[in-house]
Design a protein around this ligand. Structure first.
Ligand SMILES: Nc1ncnc2c1ncn2[C@@H]1O[C@H](COP(=O)(O)OP(=O)(O)OP(=O)(O)O)[C@@H](O)[C@H]1O
Ligand SMILES: NCC(=O)N[C@@H]1O[C@H](COP(=O)([O-])[O-])[C@@H](O)[C@H]1O
Ligand SMILES: [Mg+2]
Length: 389
């Protein structure tokens, strides 16, 4: 299926943020036609796509309208919050959904992918339980023990997530999770807190007609459940890399289809613990914009179109650091870019988001160094020099 695809292809991107923007650039470089879709006007990927649509992607009717209008060959989800049941219907009509319609449904909410990994595939995860009311959550949090982590089943980038230290904090965590849940779910997951040495993203490329391949693991640091910096290679032992690869292969095989997956793991002294996965490029994978011959967006595109990936070259120590907004603003301008770019092997991406709010990711700094420490320092310094005004 899908090898020797003729070009151009028509790709509909559902979600048009920074990850979508780089994907569109990769697609455009091979002359493809891209329709960028998101819930607001002027989203980053819309700025580089052939055309765009502004709809609620949680509405089956609105999805139907844009698919009817554009008749894409591929639907490429870029966020979780999509009416994925509708994608199943599109797939039946002959549109290729990436990686598959069922996979987008499994990974839309934390509970389904967790059940697949833990219950069906027997993969080690943090201990977990669910609550659909505060009373239920109080009981389950007690069973899991403290500290634990409470998250809405539908959210990303740490939205609605909190670390709960004791029984007294459960109610606040419940309220925060429900207030920040995306979509229509009122369910939260509570997980055992894993005291990891490092956490990694293993970019896993599943191909239509070729073996699954992996990028070098990416280490990352998160705050408030959101990524702050990432680096590649992660510097974990070879046996842990192989263990993570085996788990990533197992889960992505169960999901099927083709494309890149960001498979997240907690690494402790003794264990490799599966956390979650994105069936698409991963935010921490933005480091590959500087660390590999083919970045995660180009890899995603090649896997989708059935184009060969003969060799992924890791170019040595590299890092990324995020540029976050610190206040609400309806206009966005940056200073300090010149200072940041005055250092060799440093680069900046500004996403072009039309407005800002506290902690919104507006750009990313990229750096190569002689070692990981140096690359991280360079990326963090560059990110700190860019100011949003
Ligand atoms: N059980 C846990 N133990 C320790 N830390 C955790 C746990 N769950 C989450 N975290 C921390 O919070 C971060 C975000 O959690 P998670 O990946 O589940 O959320 P997310 O909102 O889906 O993030 P994203 O969409 O950005 O990948 C993790 O990368 C990790 O740093
Ligand atoms: N962890 C998932 C992730 O990083 N997703 C990226 O953030 C965008 C939303 O940004 P916004 O919330 O600033 O609009 C998404 O569209 C995607 O590119
Ligand atoms: Mg995550």
């Amino acid at each position: 299926m899908h090898n020797s695809t003729k070009l151009p292809q028509k790709l509909m991107l559902l979600g048009a943020g920074e990850l979508g923007k780089e994907f569109v650039i990769a697609a455009q470089r091979l002359g493809n036609y891209v329709i960028a879709v998101d819930r607001y006007l002027n989203a980053p990927a819309m700025q580089v796509a052939d055309c765009y649509e502004v709809i609620s992607m949680l509405s089956a009717d609105e999805l139907e309208t844009v698919v009817q209008k554009h008749q894409p060959d591929f639907i490429v989800p870029e966020i979780e919050a999509i009416r994925t049941e509708k994608l199943v219907e599109f797939e039946k009509r002959g549109i290729t959904v990436i990686p598959t319609a069922v996979a987008t449904n499994y990974t839309m909410n934390r509970d389904r992918i967790r059940e697949l990994a833990h219950q069906e595939l027997g993969i080690r995860t943090a201990k977990y339980g669910y609550g659909s009311t505060l009373e239920e959550l109080i009981g389950v949090a007690d069973q899991i023990g403290f500290p634990n982590v409470v998250k809405p089943v539908m959210s990303s980038s740490g939205k609605g997530q909190s670390v709960v230290k004791n029984q007294e904090e459960v109610a606040a965590a419940w309220n925060y999770a429900i207030a920040n849940s995306r979509g229509d779910s009122q369910k939260v997951i509570v997980e055992e807190f894993i005291n990891f040495e490092i956490e990694i993203t293993l970019l896993t490329i599943k191909q239509w007609n070729a073996p699954t391949i992996f990028c070098a693991p990416i280490g990352h640091r998160q705050e408030r459940g959101d990524y702050q910096e990432s680096w590649q290679p992660a510097g974990i032992p070879e046996d842990q890399i192989l263990a993570a690869q085996a788990i990533a292969k197992k889960v992505t095989d169960a999901l099927g289809g083709a494309g890149i997956f960001g498979v997240e793991f907690f690494i402790t002294q003794e264990e490799v613990i599966f956390s979650e996965l994105s069936p698409r490029p991963h935010d921490t994978g933005m480091v590959t914009l500087i660390s590999q011959n083919l970045n995660e967006f180009e890899l995603h595109l090649r896997a989708i179109l059935g184009l060969p990936i003969p060799h992924i070259e890791q170019l040595g120590s590299a890092a990324s650091a995020v540029i976050l907004a610190d206040k609400h603003s309806d206009t966005v301008a940056f200073t300090g870019v010149a200072e940041a770019l005055s250092v060799p092997n440093v680069d900046i991406r500004l996403f072009g988001k039309p407005n800002a709010h506290p902690y919104r990711r507006m750009g990313v700094a990229l750096a190569q160094g002689n070692n990981i420490l140096e690359a991280r320092e360079k990326a963090k310094k560059a990110a700190s020099q860019v100011k949003i005004i």
